[in-house]
Design a protein around this ligand. Sequence first.
Ligand SMILES: [Zn+2]
Length: 97
Amino acid sequence: MSMDKDEKSDKKDDMLREILKRIEQLENQNKSNKNPNKNKHNSNMKCAYCGKLGHWESKCFKRLDDEEKLEQNRMTTNTKSQMKYINSNVKVPGNEH
Ligand SMILES: [Zn+2]
C-alpha cells in the first residue's frame, strides 16, 4: 500500500516539475521577446496598418490585399459608370423617328 502512495506522490512531483518547466519555458520566451538584440528582426517591426509584428506597413499583405481589392472596385465602378455614360449618350437610330 505504501508503495502505491509513493508512486502517486512521484507522479505528482513529475507533474509539478513538468508545470515548473513549462513556466520556465514561457518566461524564457517572454524574455527573448523583450530582448531587442535577440529578436531584432521582429520586435522592431510593427505594422501600422494591421498592427501585427514582424513586417512594415509597406510590406503588409493585408494592406496590399485591401489595395488590390480597392483598385479592382474602382476599376469596376469606373467601367460601370462609363457604361452608363455611354448607354445614356448612345442614340439608337430607331428612336429618333
Ligand atoms: Zn500588416
